[in-house]
Design a protein around this ligand. Structure first.
Ligand SMILES: O=C(O)CCC(=O)c1ccccc1C(=O)O
Ligand SMILES: [Mg+2]
Length: 346
């Protein structure tokens, strides 16, 4: 943590609430999104690293949550943020119903390379998205590192006719990204790095290796808004701001990151409240006219009660919070996390 003393654990626990929010459609292998929200002097904030992430990786998400709750965000350069529709790995015939949840979005990000699906299913899904959005729509795909080099080359060829804005994390590691970028350069489709930024020991390595044309930048896994902006600036690449399937409290952190970015060249992956069947506020950060607002969210006590996680899961999250707090209390020099992609579901 930089520039603000670590709050005491009891200050975090005083307002901590654990929620379990059902998803509209299965996404990255889960049907329910769990999150811990708590209130700092600046407002409500969120700690929601995915369940399988280890404590070292999760501690960085806690640093981000504390930063957002305890420090005023950097000044906003805009008050609405254009967002993309996020299309999970659904069957092609389910695509129109997904896109309807993202009114006014001119860009769609389509999940591909899911481990239980074929390239034919990916092609059919992207074709359905192109048909729904028309020729002016922008389509990017996200493989979450699900392809090896040859699969990636084959898949990018198969998807190129649908006119891709970029391909996000086609392969798991930096060397493969560099190689696939070289192999597909003649097609003119940019390669974006996501897991190679947010789950790497060195988030700048992918840029230093010239392995990506742009970066996906997320506030929570990178340790907060300022750290994410700093990484993006030092990488010197264009970037897309995205989220991690957060509640509206967590999406507000992403919206404040996007608001502070000097340049916003791409529609942001911050429309994901539309994938939740429940949220913690009656006025969620849902896309309207293709954009979300830049504002903080105060959860509604009745909705926190309604989505309350069960006793076991609540105890699990509170214990995780305590362990991650202890890691931050040790300060910098704590051992760093796994460099690789522990799992490829992102
Ligand atoms: O960028 C978006 O459209 C939504 C966010 C998203 O895709 C995502 C959400 C949770 C975990 C991983 C990812 C990802 O970008 O890989
Ligand atoms: Mg991604």
């Amino acid at each position: 943590m930089s520039d603000v003393a670590l709050p005491a654990l009891h200050d975090l626990l005083a307002t901590a609430r654990v929620v379990a929010l059902p998803l509209v459609t299965r996404f990255r292998g889960i049907d329910v999104r769990e999150a811990l929200v708590f209130e700092g002097p600046e407002g409500w904030t969120e700690f929601a690293p995915f369940a399988e992430y280890d404590d070292i990786e999760a501690a960085t998400w806690l640093a981000a949550a504390i930063d957002f709750g305890w420090r005023t965000p950097p000044s906003a350069r805009r008050d609405v943020i254009p967002v993309n529709a996020t299309v999970p790995a659904v069957d092609a015939d389910a695509v129109p119903a997904v896109l309807e949840r993202f009114p006014g979005c001119r860009t769609a990000k389509v999940k591909v390379a899911a481990s239980d699906q074929t390239l034919e299913q990916d092609v059919a899904r992207v074709r359905a998205v192109r048909a729904a959005m028309g020729p002016e729509g922008r389509i990017r795909v996200d493989a979450n590192g699900g392809w090896n080099l040859d699969q990636a080359e084959h898949a990018i060829h198969a998807l190129a006719p649908f006119d891709l804005e970029y391909v996000e994390q086609p392969c798991p590691d930096v060397a493969e990204l560099a190689e696939i970028r070289t192999r597909t350069k003649y097609m003119g489709i940019p390669i974006a790095a996501d897991e190679s930024v947010r789950r790497a020991d060195d988030p700048l390595a992918v840029a230093a290796a010239g392995a990506a044309d742009l970066l996906v930048v997320k506030a929570a896994p990178l340790g907060g808004i300022r750290r994410a902006l700093d990484i993006a600036e030092r990488a010197g690449l264009p970037f897309v701001v995205s989220s991690a399937l957060d509640t509206s409290v967590g999406l507000a952190m992403g919206a404040h990151l996007a608001a502070a970015a000097p340049e916003l060249d791409f529609d942001c992956g911050l429309g994901t409240a539309s994938l939740l069947a429940a949220d913690v506020t009656r006025d969620p950060l849902l896309p309207r006219d293709g954009a979300i607002d830049v504002r903080r969210i105060d959860p509604d006590p009745a909705l926190l009660d309604r989505s309350r996680a069960d006793e076991d899961r609540t105890a699990w999250w509170l214990a995780r919070l305590e362990r991650c707090h202890a890691i931050l209390a040790e300060g910098p020099g704590a051992p760093s996390g796994d460099a690789g992609l522990a799992d490829r579901t992102g």
